[in-house]
Design a protein around this ligand. Structure first.
Ligand code: PLP
Length: 371
């Protein structure tokens, strides 16, 4: 059998289920008004929550570092890839997250995989929220520890699972801070009090909470006024650049540097990206110092559940026909029957944009007999 005919059969299954994916070609900076596949669209699905990915100050910081440090880092951090910008950024992240130390990874995905595959041992168990991000799931799969999944933010179920797992040496509760496809906020205060009662460690992935939740945007810890053992995050969303991080005690960071394979065996992100991210944290702090309230009590993620995958694709196509770009989110990203349009509001959208979005959702919803 030729490889293509076998793969086509597998692709056909995805097409029949309405979950086949393809790439969209974007021409220009990551601002809401964009040319996509040759058409002008307003983007409503970006994670660039604070509009920093096209901010002049970040571009200037990256350009200066680019001139001095070149385009690539040339090696892993432990060989030839470490630079003063990596170290400056790690210090900045640790102080922003109020932890002793932080370690950069090439992405948030690799931070989750690196931490979860290295930290828990064979005689341990990971308790993982049912809707955790794919990178947490993959980290659990690579871990030598067992994984037990609890129902989405269901504290009774988590407590039952904590009771049922007493035989393990150590227990790690792992959760998203803000769930990427639902916009729900984890009740971190309750998780931490359960963890204290049952002697478990808490690992929070603050990918969508960093820069968004809490009075100064420090994430779910600040929002609830509590401190988990480990915070993971990404620079690719509100921070407007790329790369991931883990933050916690200095000993934990030393451990990761020596054990996390996605740190040890990967080329460091370019110093220019670190310089841009460093500038993003500076901007945030100076806005707060000026007296602005930089926060969002609610998350910018607004999931509109349509249900059927085919209908959701049709909905997204009709939106695109009206100049609104918000692609269909389908399984396996979300559960079957829960396909949705995931709207994200960023600081770059205007009230006029929001009015147009609402009117369009109303008319398409009526046309497709959804509302
Ligand atoms: N964790 C969550 C909750 C996410 O939504 C994402 C998004 O992509 C990641 C981790 C991965 O971050 P990155 O894009 O930096 O790999």
């Amino acid at each position: 059998m030729k490889i293509d005919s076998w793969l086509n059969e597998r692709l056909d299954i995805a097409k029949e289920a309405g979950v086949h994916r393809n790439l969209r070609s974007m021409n220009g900076a990551p601002v809401p008004e964009r040319n996509i596949d040759g058409e002008n669209q307003t983007v409503w699905s970006s994670n660039n929550y604070l509009g920093l990915a096209s901010d002049r100050r970040l571009i200037d910081a990256a350009q200066t570092a680019l001139q001095q440090f070149g385009t690539g880092s040339s090696g892993s951090r432990l060989t030839t890839g470490n630079s003063v910008w990596h170290e400056k950024l790690e210090k900045k992240i640790a102080s922003f997250k109020r932890t002793e130390a932080a370690l950069l990874f090439s992405s948030g995905y690799l931070a989750n995989v690196g931490v979860l595959s290295s930290l828990p041992e064979k005689e341990d168990v990971i308790l993982s929220d049912q809707l955790n991000h794919a990178s947490i799931i993959d980290g659990c799969r690579l871990s030598k520890a067992d994984t037990v999944v609890y129902r989405h933010i269901d504290m009774n179920d988590l407590e039952n699972k904590l009771n049922e797992t007493q035989r393990y040496q150590r227990r790690f509760i792992v959760t998203d801070g803000v769930f990427s496809m639902d916009g729900t906020i984890v009740p971190l205060d309750q998780i931490i009090s359960l963890a204290k009662r049952y002697h478990a460690f808490v690992v929070v992935d603050d990918a969508h909470a960093t820069g968004v939740l809490g009075d100064s945007g420090r994430g779910t810890s600040e929002y609830f006024g509590v401190y988990p053992d480990i915070v993971i995050g990404t620079l690719s969303k509100a921070v407007g650049t790329e790369g991931g991080f883990a933050a916690g005690s200095a000993v934990f960071i030393d451990f990761l540097l020596n054990h996390a394979r996605t740190f040890i065996f990967q080329t460091a992100i370019p110093p220019a990206s670190c310089a841009a991210a460093h500038e993003a944290f500076n901007i945030r702090t100076s806005l707060m110092n000026m007296g602005y309230v930089v926060k969002g009590d609610h998350t910018p993620i607004i999931p509109v559940v349509i249900g059927d995958a085919h209908k959701t694709v049709l909905f997204a196509e009709k939106l695109q026909g009206k100049g609104i770009f918000a692609p269909a989110i389908r399984p396996p990203t979300v559960a079957p029957g829960e396909s949705r349009i995931r709207i994200t509001i960023t600081s770059d959208h205007s009230t006029g944009d929001i009015d147009h979005l609402l009117q369009t959702f109303h008319s398409i919803g009526k046309e497709l007999h959804i509302i």
